[in-house]
Design a protein around this ligand. Structure first.
Ligand code: FAQ
Length: 317
């Protein structure tokens, strides 16, 4: 038995090394399946929890144009959640189980969504920095080894790049506006910069899953590599806006060809991951109550689907 598993694992690894995708009905090691359930469902949860900080500003957007764009963006995040929950279900876990894991606090979602959105400029900063960080992480995931995840990521990345431009345009407008508007933009950058760097996860040296995930081509780049890539791209964008990145140690390193940057507050990161961030409780309460209040919609949809199926069966005879 163990010989057979060893052989299957060898063949599995060879398939990945040769650059082939793994599909739902293919044999896969149990750990590969579980790693994907963990990562894709955390990603799905992040998308739907991520709707909350931005949803907070829909009714207060400064113009109809901004309101329409923000509504569309938040709706896109719901769509991303749907694709990702569907991709997770191909691994043999039900939607109900996934929601139970989120609502009970067992499943994680991205630390970034546990911070509050205090001003309209935060909507600009989220689009620019949070979607910007998400794209850098997710472009890599369009080539991840699990087929349904990789395919979902292609469309998600296209939409995220539109979101990033939407955010940057808000920042640009504020920075070209009055001093008060520019101050709002700077304040938003000050509060969102470090949490955005934390989105990429712990340092490589402290990452539990990176080594195995790189071997299985779930991840194509490490947390630290992606974080550096994000900083190198984003610092010139901040300079173009005329804003100051809140890191006194940030400096271009000619020799490395990258920016050097200051120490991230890892204690804050782990506190937020463990549920002690500024908005963790509020976010989970909002998700739980949305789920409970939506029970009648799910029941009605299921009853309708059942009725349609009975009708179809009666017609077939
Ligand atoms: N927050 O060993 P690693 C978005 C956990 S979507 C919370 O390095 P891994 C769109 C990690 O789960 C944003 N927990 O883990 C949007 C693990 O704990 P576990 C979400 C974190 O998986 C924009 C432990 O730490 N994106 O923004 C975080 O190899 C605007 C050790 O870490 C994705 O989910 C964190 N930041 O690498 C929506 C992308 N980082 O599970 C609305 C897919 C780490 O053993 C508005 N995910 N942890 O208990 C990934 O690429 C990876 O899962 C990483 C973490 C890179 C996030």
């Amino acid at each position: 038995m163990s010989l057979t598993i060893d052989r299957l694992e060898e063949e599995f690894q060879a398939k990945i090394d040769a650059g082939h995708n793994i599909e739902p009905k293919d044999w896969m090691p149990e750990k590969y399946r579980k790693t994907h359930i963990r990562q894709i469902s955390q990603h799905a949860h992040s998308e739907i929890v991520g709707m909350l900080p931005e949803g907070n500003w829909i009714t207060r957007a400064p113009s109809l144009r901004r309101k329409v764009a923000l509504l569309a963006k938040v709706q896109d995040e719901a769509g991303h959640g749907l694709y990702l929950y569907s991709a997770t279900e191909t691994l043999g876990i039900s939607r109900d189980e996934l929601f139970e894991q989120l609502h009970s606090g067992k499943a994680k979602y991205s630390s970034i969504f546990n911070y509050p959105t205090l001003s309209w400029a935060d909507i600009g900063a989220i689009g620019w920095l949070v979607d910007g960080a998400a794209i850098i992480n997710q472009v890599m995931l369009t080539r991840t080894s699990y087929g349904p995840y990789a395919r979902a990521m292609v469309r998600i990345c296209k939409e995220e790049s539109f979101h990033q431009r939407q955010g940057y345009e808000i920042m640009l407008t504020l920075c070209r506006g009055t001093q008060v508007q520019k101050d709002l933009a700077q304040d938003a950058l000050n509060r969102w910069w470090w949490p955005s760097l934390m989105m990429f996860g712990p340092r490589d040296a402290d990452s539990t899953h990176t080594e195995q995930s790189m071997k299985w081509k779930i991840k194509r780049k490490t947390n630290d590599e992606l974080r550096q890539q994000f900083i190198d791209i984003t610092v010139p964008q901040a300079e173009f806006l005329g804003l100051t990145v809140p890191d006194p140690d940030l400096k271009w390193n000619e020799e490395r060809g990258h920016y050097d940057f200051g120490e991230i507050d890892w204690d804050e990161f782990w506190q937020v991951v463990k549920g002690n961030g500024p908005c963790n409780k509020e976010r989970l309460d909002a998700r739980r109550s949305a789920y409970e209040n939506g029970a009648w919609v799910r029941e009605a949809a299921m009853a309708y689907a059942e009725k349609q199926e009975q009708k179809r069966l009666a017609e077939v005879g």
